[in-house]
Design a protein around this ligand. Sequence first.
Ligand code: SIN
Ligand code: FE2
Length: 220
Amino acid sequence: MDLFDDPPPDTTQTPLAPGAALLHGFAREEAGALLQAVETVLTQAPLRHMQTPGGYTMSVAMSSCGKLGWVSDASGYRYAACDPLTGQPWPTMPACLLHLAQRAAAQAGYADFMPDACLINQYVPGAKLSLHQDKDEKDLRAPIVSLSLGLPAVFLFGTPSRKDRPQRWRLVHGDVVVWGGPSRLAYHGVAALADGDHALLGRRRLNLTFRQVARSIYIK
Ligand code: SIN
Ligand code: FE2
């Protein structure tokens, strides 16, 4: 058998767990355009540090776009149609972001992804996100799609059981992670961001998570 018969291994996609994949550099080429769209959203719905129901201020600064946005305050976590900071509806999800999320979901095996919310997280050095599950969405058949821009981060990804120790994955600018199916309720988080200087984002990391919050008639 010829040594060259076998195609090279596919290093562009790493399975993290059943139903979960890291798509390496999936958005790298369009990252500049995506970033511009995010910056426009942030002029309308500025980043802010929310309060946890327990009274802590989150180290990650957040905003949202899409029909629904994620909010947290003394009364709990929820999705809301209006930004509590401006009293206005959240900015529309830019088409380039929506399409990127849909392509990534399809690549990972999830057809017909229709996200209605996109949470924008900004990390500066030292900011972190403790282990949690994304479980406030009504239809858990749709995956979560997560886009990383700017400084590298260590993403913690476990299982739906809090007892299992999470694995650590390095996420860089342009990487996309998709988790759904048996991993939809996997515990995940982000380790304290290391300092650095990114060509486009300086001392920042932005993460966008696309979620299908309302129950969809399109999913069978
Ligand atoms: C999140 O879980 O909402 C964000 C994950 C990340 O920043 O990579
Ligand atoms: Fe999350």
